[in-house]
Ligand binder design. Structure first.
Ligand SMILES: [Zn+2]
Length: 119
């Protein structure tokens, strides 16, 4: 994955798939300081640019429900991660594809500001 490769190249070490709360998983975790990075696929997580709306056909309601359940789960995951003391960053997969450098920059800036705020 391009984000992980870029982070590694920037000297950031991370862990994958750390579990927390009720069966949630952090995509990319910087464990010290606790920074949780979630990468949301545009389709399933409903990216404003590429997420699909306006389903039609016999399964339309099913799709709408499924995608909105995913979004609610994302919100719950963010809330619970915050409660567990993680700082949370979420990126759309298209943001990463478009400008991975910016995403890595945000992660580094978050890490720097955590360093500064450490007692
Ligand atoms: Zn997108």
């Amino acid at each position: 994955m391009v984000l992980r490769r870029s982070l590694f190249r920037a000297g950031v070490r991370y862990r994958l798939g750390i579990r927390f709360g009720e069966r949630f998983t952090i995509d990319v975790a910087l464990t010290r300081p606790k920074i949780a990075v979630f990468v949301d696929g545009c389709f399933w997580h409903g990216c404003p640019q590429h997420g699909r709306t306006g389903f039609s056909g016999p399964n339309a309601a099913l799709w709408v429900n499924k995608l909105s359940a995913t979004r609610e789960r994302d919100l719950r995951a963010t809330r619970i991660a915050l409660r567990h003391g993680w700082r949370v960053l979420r990126f759309w997969e298209c943001e990463i594809a478009h400008d991975v450098g910016r995403c890595v920059g945000l992660i580094l800036a978050t890490r720097r500001s955590s360093d500064l705020s450490r007692p």
